[in-house]
Each structure stands twice: as structure tokens, then as C-alpha cells.
Design a protein around this ligand. Structure first.
Ligand code: PLP
Length: 477
């Protein structure tokens, strides 16, 4: 008798009563089977970084988000929050939340369309319309749902959505969910935006969707040029100003207002309550007929429960406080200048902007985590960004100023960087900095520098600062 052995197919394995056994063997020996969970088993990066003490995510906080707060039982300067106006612990915000809970309870348990609309939602929408200068506003349960819902609601397979290549994930997902064709232009590049529009069918419906302030590096969108081009090509404009509302504009109206633009330039202005508004939820403001359409067709609005009472009441209160908050914005501007020039004078690579976001570009995953850890150990909290949020090789620490920070908070924070964080790390920065400048360091003593090319006075001063700092540092040691 001949015994013939053969390898079972995946289907056969799945159908045998011993399938669990085969699955186990295959799981342990590397398999050809399509187990969806295989990727989870092989996803070991978090564990590796945890072992190294460099895992930076899901860190639980044990106090209110404020300029200095308790993290792992230690007072820490918070440089990693979107609480730009510092309202999360404002007494009037706390009272608004408590009063709303007392009156309306903890949740709405239904969608806005049916059983989830409170007077509070209507008040919030009316207040925002007035503040932002639009006919009407719709409040969603998150900012993410705004982008996911609106693009899909307004476009069909005949239309085109044009999007900046660095748009936030919620915009990307909104575009993906819609049936429209997508066209991407180079980041903040009006010429490329125009090139893209020129190539699209003239008569097709077109929607530009992009950000006012870009969420990771905080750079501002050149909205004047972008909106003009959009209008020249009959393209509707939707601006997600999640990081601009509250911080920019005459009284916090956001990036369009900062550039002198209004509802005739930006058809839909959207945003979130999870940043300057110190709550949760999202909104879009537009003409009455557009909002009416979105309200009855956006699936992420219709098929999700509404903002809970406390969130709604705090967003409402924040709308009022933001408008009265010129002093808060002044403080943010003043501190930003101080903080950014402090970082630059020490050789850190950052991006100039009027927004409250200050990235420290590291350009390497492990160094980014090491710098994050070094800062945290020395009482400064930041957010490390890696792919897919930023391209590989552009890893950065995202830091931001909040209105309740003081000059001391900011000075303590940036001075920690070279003093306490590993000197090797700092030297890497310096090396990059000098390489960027095409300058050569000859010796680390003041006055002992030569350069390949002529450099600006400001840079010269910055290098001198670094040299003095290093000289002091080594003297102390
Ligand atoms: C530009 C941008 N849009 C939308 C969102 C989503 O907002 P939310 O947190 O309210 O879902 C964010 C949040 O990070 C964002 O940065």
C-alpha cells in the first residue's frame, strides 16, 4: 500500500475539526494561511520601545490639562496640548459643564435628527454663526465626523475633491469615503493647486478641502492666494480651521479672518471643539441652504449620537470666552516669540508660524523618542510624531503654547532641552544645524569659528549663543 502525503489547502484546514490545532502549529511556525490577526501578532514595535523605556503613547495623566500638571506623580510643563486658549480648567467652563449635567444629565442617547437635540445644541450653533459671520452652523459630535460626513454628503462620482497633500487624516478619510475623484496638490503650493485645477474638466463640480493651520507643524495656509485661485476655477472652498479658531483672527475667528477673508471666500468654515474650545465636538458654518442639506444627508451626523450636554455647554461657553480673549491671544503671541527664538538660539530646527504650534524637527524615530523621554524625565511633556502622521525621516516633537503658560514655564521648558537632555542628542542637533548652514565648526571655543559661506547676522548670533552655551557647559562639568 502506498501512503500519499500532501499539504492541505487553507480551505481544507479550515474545514477540518482539527483546524484549531493546525492554526496553532501554523501560527507558531510561520504560515501561509491568511489569518487577519497575524499582523497583530507580529506588531512588536510598541513592546520593543517599552522595553527600552522609550514608548511615548497612551501615557495617563492624573490632573486637569493645564500649563503645569501632574504626570506620573510629577509636576510637568505641558507643551503637548491643543488647549491653546487654556480654557480646560477655566472656572466658568467648569461651572457650565456642571450646570448642564444638573439640568440635562450625562448624555443625549440619540442622534440630532431624532432624539438628540437639546436647546444647548441650537444655542451653540447660533452663537458660532454670529461669531464666525455665517448664516448657519451645524455641530457634529467630533471634528473627525465633520470631515468624514461633509465631503461625502456634498459630492458624487461626477465631482472632484482637491486636497493638500499634508491634510489631516480626517480630511483624507472624508475624501476616501466619498465617491468623488480626488486630486492632490503639493503642500501649500498655490501654483501646483492651479495646475491641478487647470487639468480638471471645466464643468465638473469641484470642492477644495484643506486646513487653515496645518495640524502638525502649525504652518499657515496661504489662503488669500488659494481662495482666489479656487474662485477663478469655480471651485467651492471648505477650510478646516481646527487649529486656527481661537488663536488667530481679530477676536479668534480663525485663519480666514487673519487673512482678511470671510464667507464670500470660504464657503464652508469648519473646526473642532477639542482644541481651543476645550471640549469635544466639531462644527461647520456655511449658508443656510448648505447647512440644511448637510444636516439631512451627512451620514456621520445622522447615524451617531449628539454631543453630550456638558460638552455642548462648554463649547458654548468657550465661544463666548474666545471672543473676549484678546488678552489670551496676546499672551500666546508673546510667549511664542520667546519660546521659538529660545529654541532657535540653541540650534533647534523648527518652523516659523503665527500659530500656537511649534514643531522640533528631529528627523529620526529613535532620537525623537529619546528626546521625548529626556524631556519628560526633566519635567516637560511633548508629543512625538512618527509615520504615518509625518514622512519617515521627518520625525518631530510637536509642542504648543497655551494661553495660561507663563514666561517662566516657557523658559524652563526650552532651557531643559540642552541642559538636561543627553548632550549627545544636543550635539546631533548642532551638527545638523551647522551642516544646514554649510558652516564648519573649528574648535568649540567662542571666537574660534570659521565658515564656508557668509551667513546672516541673526544666524551668527545664534551660533555664538551655542558656542557660549557649550563653553559654559563644559566649564561646569
Ligand atoms: C485639522 C484637524 N481636523 C480635524 C480634527 C479632528 O477633530 P476631533 O478631535 O474633534 O475629532 C483634528 C484633530 O486632531 C485636526 O487636527
Amino acid at each position: 500500500m502506498t501512503i500519499r502525503a500532501r499539504i492541505l489547502t487553507v480551505e481544507e484546514i479550515n474545514h477540518t475539526s482539527l483546524s484549531w490545532f493546525f492554526r496553532k502549529i501554523l501560527a507558531e511556525n510561520g504560515d501561509t494561511m491568511t489569518d487577519l490577526f497575524k499582523k497583530a501578532r507580529r506588531f512588536t514595535d510598541p513592546a520593543t520601545y517599552k522595553k527600552l523605556g522609550l514608548y511615548p503613547y497612551f501615557l495617563p495623566f492624573s490632573s486637569q490639562i493645564g500649563p503645569r500638571m501632574s504626570i506620573q506623580g510629577k509636576e510637568t510643563i505641558m507643551l503637548g496640548s491643543n488647549n491653546y486658549m487654556g480654557l480646560t480648567s477655566h472656572p466658568e467652563m467648569l461651572k457650565a459643564a456642571k450646570d448642564a449635567i444638573d439640568k440635562y444629565g450625562t448624555g443625549c442617547t440619540g442622534s440630532r435628527l431624532l432624539n438628540g437635540t437639546l436647546e444647548l445644541h441650537n444655542e451653540l450653533e447660533a452663537g458660532l454663526s454670529k461669531f464666525l459671520g455665517y448664516e448657519d452652523t451645524i455641530a457634529f459630535t467630533t471634528g473627525y465626523q465633520v470631515n468624514v460626513g461633509i465631503v461625502e454628503s456634498l459630492t458624487t462620482e461626477k465631482d472632484y475633491v482637491i486636497s493638500d497633500e499634508l491634510n489631516h487624516a480626517s480630511i483624507i478619510d472624508g475624501v476616501r469615503l466619498s465617491k468623488a475623484h480626488r486630486a492632490i496638490y503639493k503642500h501649500n503650493n498655490p501654483e501646483d493647486f492651479e495646475r491641478v485645477l487647470r487639468e480638471l474638466p471645466q464643468k465638473a463640480g469641484k470642492l477644495l478641502i484643506t486646513e487653515g493651520v496645518f495640524s502638525i507643524e502649525g504652518d499657515l495656509n496661504p489662503l488669500k492666494e488659494i481662495c482666489k485661485i479656487a474662485h477663478d476655477y469655480d471651485t467651492r472652498v471648505m477650510i478646516d480651521d481646527a487649529h486656527g479658531t481661537g488663536v488667530l483672527g481679530e477676536h479668534g475667528e480663525g485663519t480666514p479672518n487673519y487673512f482678511g477673508l470671510g464667507k464670500d471666500d470660504v464657503d464652508i468654515l469648519s473646526g473642532t471643539f477639542s482644541k481651543s474650545f476645550a471640549s469635544i465636538g466639531g462644527f461647520a458654518s456655511a449658508s443656510e441652504e448648505v447647512i440644511n442639506y448637510i444636516k439631512h444627508t451627512a451620514r456621520s451626523f445622522l447615524f451617531s449620537a449628539s454631543m453630550p450636554p456638558a460638552s455642548c455647554a462648554t463649547a458654548n461657553k468657550a465661544t463666548e470666552l474666545i471672543q473676549k480673549g484678546d488678552h489670551l491671544r496676546d499672551n500666546v503671541r508673546k510667549l511664542l516669540k520667546r519660546y521659538r527664538s529660545g529654541l532657535v538660539s540653541l540650534g533647534f530646527n523648527t518652523v516659523p508660524s503665527e500659530s500656537a504650534i511649534v514643531p522640533i524637527i528631529v528627523g529620526d524615530l529613535e532620537n525623537n523618542f529619546r528626546l521625548w523621554r529626556g524631556l519628560l524625565d526633566n519635567g516637560v511633556y511633548t508629543n512625538p510624531y512618527m509615520t504615518p502622521a509625518v514622512p519617515v525621516g521627518h520625525e518631530l516633537l510637536r509642542t504648543s503654547i497655551i494661553a495660561s503658560h507663563s514666561e517662566k514655564d516657557v523658559d524652563d521648558a526650552y532651557m531643559v532641552t540642552p541642559h538636561k537632555v543627553s548632550m549627545t542628542m544636543y550635539m546631533t542637533y548642532l551638527k545638523n544645524y551647522l551642516e544646514n548652514l554649510k558652516a564648519y565648526f573649528i574648535g568649540i571655543q567662542p571666537g574660534n569659528l570659521t565658515y564656508m559661506e557668509s551667513i546672516t547676522e541673526e544666524t551668527e548670533k545664534s551660533i555664538e549663543n551655542i558656542v557660549h552655551f557649550l563653553a559654559d557647559f563644559f566649564k561646569k562639568d
